[in-house]
Ligand binder design. Structure first.
Ligand code: HEC
Ligand code: HEC
Length: 346
């Protein structure tokens, strides 16, 4: 094994996750994670010092943004997409709802350079600001085998931290992979049956060794079509074409990446635009067969679920919350500089 390779979930029993390689950079992976955590929490990464990754991916909100359908950018500007959780982003084979970024390392420059978000004119502005601080200079050297601050290492540190946020260890994992038959209640187990017989695992994959709850494909569930027609409030005039914006393929129009369902119980609201407020709303959506988009995925069909099936399905989805979350929140808040960031009140 490469000396700097460390995997999440190792020696943690039946985590329910595939092994995740935290870092392939030379140096000390534990220090890389700690440095990445500090960068993630630090509002100084933004040009005006007011916005951190954690402003939109709030630890207390399941590393997402609860209570607002879409994120707020610079000056309170309303962005077009929901701020998703970064827990288990490491399991995704592409980043963003349209998959336009391949890796976590590349992904960070999206928000850091966006005129709507952290608004740094260039990558070098961020690197220069960090280099200008003795504490960061020292932390980069210690974490990355004596190397100095660079764009590549800023990406590597934040990505290492995000990979350390790959977290299974839910009650479902104890039940399915850990052999603990009592970890789920009868209603939750019945909900898992509903999940399976409703075809959910076609897209939200559950394997025999671990479960990512996504096949990483791009699918049209009809949400955007409905939104454009005013199903969730005022009709929208500018369509979000989803994966089509990246590939230009007609079959990708209004298709979005299948998200993992892990921790969905704490990362409301749902879908690429946050249009569904609760898990019960999501279940109703699927029960109706998704929206009426002519390009809707053919797998989706009306389910005809009884009221107790729906309640059980929601109960099952809530068993996917990691029991490691409190520790991850406490570690994030224990980071130097994080004290200036308060959980957002909505
Ligand atoms: C102004 C709010 C905001 C800030 C600041 C922000 N993000 Fe995000 N983030 C979002 C939104 C909104 C999306 C979804 C965008 C999309 O799908 O096109 C997102 C998506 C992501 C994703 C992809 C997750 C997925 O499932 O596809 C990752 C990873 C991520 N952000 C990490 C970060 C990191 C690291 C930082 C700091 C460098 C950061 N974000 C700063 C709002 C924000
Ligand atoms: C054809 C593939 C497919 C099937 C089948 C499917 N889903 Fe999904 N699911 C998706 C896609 C794609 C999204 C994201 C849609 C978007 O962003 O607009 C999603 C989103 C979700 C979300 C919201 C997650 C979040 O964080 O926003 C939940 C919860 C969910 N699905 C549960 C289910 C359940 C329960 C079933 C079975 C009744 C199911 N899904 C069946 C593709 C599918």
């Amino acid at each position: 094994m490469h000396p700097a390779t460390m995997t999440a979930g190792e020696s943690r029993g039946h985590s329910g996750l595939p092994p995740v390689v935290i870092s392939n950079e030379a140096g000390d992976p534990a220090l890389q994670v700690a440095l990445g955590r500090r960068l993630f929490m630090d509002p100084q990464l933004a040009e005006d010092g007011t916005m951190a990754c954690a402003t939109c991916h709030i630890p207390e909100h399941g590393f997402a943004l609860n209570g607002a359908p879409t994120a707020f950018g610079r000056g309170g500007r309303v962005l077009r997409r929901n701020s998703p959780t970064v827990l288990n982003a490491a399991l995704a084979t592409s980043q963003f709802a349209d998959g336009r970024m391949a890796t976590l390392e590349d992904q960070i420059w999206g928000p850091l350079l966006s005129i709507e978000e952290a608004w740094n004119p260039t990558v070098q502005d961020v690197v220069g600001r960090l280099e200008g601080r003795a504490d960061y200079r020292e932390e980069f050297r210690a974490a990355f085998a004596g190397r100095k601050v660079s764009a590549r290492l800023v990406g590597a540190a934040i990505a290492a931290y995000e990979r350390s946020l790959a977290t299974g260890l839910s009650r479902f994992d104890r039940w399915r992979f850990g052999g603990d038959a009592a970890a789920l209640s009868p209603a939750e187990r019945a909900g898992y049956d509903v999940f399976q017989r409703s075809g959910c695992p076609t897209c939200h994959t559950v394997g025999t060794e671990f479960a990512t709850f996504t096949d990483n494909s791009f699918r049209n569930t009809g949400v955007e079509w409905a939104r454009l027609r005013g199903a969730f409030g005022p009709a929208k005039s500018v369509p979000d074409e989803g994966r089509f914006e990246v590939t230009g393929r007609e079959s990708d129009r209004r298709a979005f990446r299948v998200p993992s369902l892990r921790n969905a119980g704490v990362t409301a609201p749902y879908m690429h635009d946050g249009s569904l407020a609760t898990l019960a709303d999501v279940v109703e959506w699927y029960d109706a067969g998704g929206g009426s988009d002519p390009g809707r995925d053919p797998v989706l069909r009306p389910l005809g679920l009884a009221a107790d099936d729906k309640a059980n399905l929601v109960a099952f989805l809530q068993t996917l919350t990691s029991q490691d979350l409190e520790r991850l929140v406490a570690e994030a808040r224990g980071t130097p500089g994080a004290g200036t960031l308060r959980p957002r009140k909505l």
